[in-house]
Structures are given as C-alpha cells and as structure tokens.
Design a protein around this ligand. Structure first.
Ligand SMILES: Cc1cc2nc3c(=O)[nH]c(=O)nc-3n(C[C@H](O)[C@H](O)[C@H](O)COP(=O)(O)OP(=O)(O)OC[C@H]3O[C@@H](n4cnc5c(N)ncnc54)[C@H](O)[C@@H]3O)c2cc1C
Length: 402
C-alpha cells in the first residue's frame, strides 16, 4: 500500500460538506429540478398533504384516470418505476454519482398467499438483477411482504396456532429462506426491514436464524434495529455477543424508526409502557451510540446506516476516519431513500464512502402508502420550507446565478 494511502485514510473528514448542492444535484437536469421544486412546494402545504391521500385513494378506487398524473409527478420523484426494468435509468443515474441502488419492491398490507409467493419471486428477481452489477450492491425485503401481518402478530404473542396457521407459518419461513438462500448463492447482501414492535420479535428471530445459516464467512443477511426504541441498543449488543459465540457476522441496518406515532398510540390505547424513547434526543443518542459500538467491532459487524440525519452521517464518517477504516470497507454503508437527502448521498459518495439509496418500485396503486408517507415527512414545519425544498431552491439559484 502506498504510504500516502494510509495517511489519507487516517485524515479527519473536515473536507466533507453536505451543503454542496452542485454535487448533490449533478444528476438532475434543469427540468427535473423544476419538477422537484413544484412537487416540494405542493408537499410543503400541510393541508394538501392531509387531504391528498383520501382523495387520491378514492379517485384510484373509482377508476378516475389519475395514475398518469401520479406517475409523472410524485411517483417519478420517489420511485424508480413500476418494474425492475423501468428502474434502469434511475440505477444508471445514481451510479454515475457513485451511489448504488437498493431495489425495494414496495407492496404493503396484503393477505393473499398467491401475492406472497409472487412477492417472494419478485424479491428474488431483485437479487438476480443485482448479481454481477456493482450499481446494485444490496437488496431488501419486508417480512410482511411475504407473510400475513396478523399471523406474525399471533406468533409474537406466543399464541397457539391452528393447524392451518402452522402450515401458513411454514410457508412464510420457507419464503424467507428462499430469499436468503438466493442472496447467499449469488453473494448479494439482503436486508430485512424492521416493522411494528408487535410483530418484530418474530422478524428478529427469523433474521437471526438466517444470519446463523448464511453469515458464517461474510455478511449476507442484515436485520434492522430501530433506535427510537429504548431497548434496541441492548439488542445490538446481545446479538453481537451471539454472533461472536456462534461464529457469524452480524448484519445490522441501523435506523431511527418509522412508526413512532402508531407505536405510542397503540401503547396508550392498550395500556402498556411505550416502547419508544422519551424524546428525540434519547433516540439520537442511542442511534449514535449504536454507530460507535458497531464501528468498534467492525470486523464482526457489518452496518448500513439508514438515515437522513446529517449529524449521524458526519459522526459515522468521522468514526471511519478515526478508526483507520477504508471508506470502501464493505462492512460500512450509508443509505438514504430515493428523492431525499441527495446532499448527503452524493457528497458522501463523492468523498469515496459506500452509499446506496432505496429505490422503491411497484404498481402505482401499491406504492401509494409509501408515497403518502414521504409527502407527510416533507411538509413545512412551523412555516419553514422543508429541508429538501430549501436545497432545491439553493441549487436552482446557483444554476441561474440569481
Ligand atoms: C435507507 C433507509 C432504510 C430505512 N429502513 C427502515 C426500516 O426498515 N424500518 C423502519 O422503521 N424505518 C426505516 N427507515 C425510516 C427511518 O426509521 C426514519 O423514520 C427516517 O429515516 C427518519 O429518521 P432519520 O434518522 O433519517 O432522521 P431524523 O430526522 O433525525 O429523525 C427522525 C426520526 O427520529 C425519531 N423521533 C422523532 N421524534 C422523536 C421523539 N420525540 N422521540 C423519539 N424518537 C423520535 C423517529 O424515528 C423519526 O422518524 C429507513 C430509512 C432509510 C433512510
């Protein structure tokens, strides 16, 4: 290794700036930027985001021809396409900026066995698409995409299953196994998303079982840890210990968590202590402590930091540098969602870190819940422009010089 390469890796990342909108939007044409500007202007209006979902759902249900409009606007910004093939342009654009793609087949809340089989097959196709293409370095799935939510809930409660439910559960386990086995055989990592606490114990058990089988040599299967839960830092530490004892690599996607309001509401309604941290700063502290813990054990833990939080991204970049870890070490990835936080993704990739974005795809009707969540996340807070909108405004000003 040349002497200056070691020096480079040890240097603090003071050069890392997330304000460079030129790098962030290099892949966006003026037209695409203008479209994103108007999209986020509309999304910024709280009232529209509140009344939009029911109106859109109703319009789609009664067959009004609005799919074309959705596809040309919000879908185009946050999704890669309706099929894997349609995602090719997005995959290419991201990769030109050094950012990989995580194809995310976005089907939610189904309860039909044929749909579950079909989703398993589609996820396997995403692994096949990734095979041999560095532009698609990781894959992902949700257990509720291949199994019925209420069955998982019953398993979490340790309730007695009927004979039919036992057969159904075997099928869910087999689908998860099929996906992870395919990932193992093709050498493509696969992440398992985290969901609601009342089904998460079952997901965690499945994920650990898959890691024991497939992560002996390298991280193929990753579980997801939601740090808005007060018990999850302890879980990472316990799972790490299990990985050491049983001789496998722990794969850990670390996120803050997406279901906070739903979690708190359910806990209050049923009358059990909320699993969520008392406040945001407690969630931030555990998130950052999780990064510190994982980086300290980077030979045995592979992490994907799924976050749009600048401080956490900067902390991870600093930890990589302080611990003399190669920024291209496959055990450390940064990850954001398509259409959000390009200032983080592209500036991190430009500084040579591993970065991959979730690229959701699927039939428009099926991805609507995902799109509504993105819209809600990007509404104005206290009359301020959302972060995404202010970055787009900054870049448009830079390009026009006014
Ligand atoms: C690549 C990627 C993959 C993801 N995968 C998953 C997944 O599998 N499962 C999942 O649940 N989510 C997932 N998410 C969503 C994620 O959990 C967050 O909801 C989202 O990224 C916002 O958190 P942040 O770290 O980006 O940023 P921030 O804006 O810093 O944090 C916002 C988050 O902080 C937490 N928070 C806010 N207020 C409070 C409070 N008062 N008390 C406690 N906590 C609070 C909430 O989790 C909230 O979403 C993923 C996100 C990304 C980018």
């Amino acid at each position: 290794m040349p002497a200056n390469e070691t020096d480079l890796k040890a240097s603090p990342v003071t050069h890392l700036s997330f304000e460079n909108t030129e790098i962030a939007f290099r892949h966006s044409s003026n037209f695409a930027l203008k479209r994103a500007y108007w999209l986020f202007r509309i999304i910024n209006v709280n009232l529209l985001v509140k009344i939009g979902p029911p109106i859109t759902n109703f319009a789609v249900k009664i067959g009004l021809p609005i799919k074309g409009l959705i596809k040309a606007t919000i879908f185009r910004h946050f999704c890669g396409g309706e099929t894997i093939k349609e995602c090719d342009t997005t995959i290419k654009n991201l990769y030109e900026g050094g950012v990989g793609t995580i194809l995310d087949y976005s089907i939610e809340g189904e309860d039909d066995e044929a749909i579950f089989d079909n989703t398993r097959d589609e996820i396997i196709k995403t692994i096949e698409r990734a095979d041999g293409d560095k532009a698609v370095p990781i894959t992902v799935f949700k257990v509720t995409g291949v199994g019925r939510f209420s069955l998982l809930e019953k398993l979490d409660e340790r309730a007695v299953l009927t004979a039919d439910e036992k057969t159904e559960w075997k099928k869910v386990q087999q689908r998860v196994l099929d996906i992870c086995e395919k990932a193992y055989k093709t050498d493509i990592p696969v992440m398992i998303d985290a969901e609601e606490t009342w089904i998460q114990k079952t997901i965690d058990c499945l994920a650990l079982d898959m890691m024991e089988r497939f992560n002996k040599q390298k991280a193929i299967v990753y579980n997801t840890y939601q740090m808005y839960r007060h018990d999850k830092l302890a879980s990472i530490k316990a799972d790490y210990q299990q990985a050491v004892d049983e001789g496998f690599i722990l794969g850990a996607k670390i996120v803050r968590g997406a279901y906070m309001e739903k979690e708190r509401k359910r806990a209050a309604e049923i009358g059990y202590p909320s699993p969520i941290q008392p406040d945001k700063s407690a969630a931030d502290k555990d998130y950052n402590d999780a990064l510190r813990f994982c980086v300290a054990h980077i030979d045995k833990i592979a992490i994907v930091a799924g976050t749009h939080n600048e401080d956490s991204c900067r902390l991870l970049a600093d930890l990589i540098s302080e611990n003399h870890i190669d920024p291209n070490n496959p055990h450390v990835y940064f990850s954001q969602l398509l259409g959000m936080s390009d200032n983080l993704s592209f500036n991190l990739a430009n500084a040579n870190y591993n970065v991959a974005k979730y690229v959701p795809y699927g039939p428009i009707k099926a991805v609507l819940p995902y799109l509504f969540r993105r819209a809600q996340e990007n509404t104005a807070i206290a009359g301020q422009m959302s972060r995404e909108l202010s970055l787009i405004v900054k870049e448009r000003k830079r390009r026009t010089g006014i």
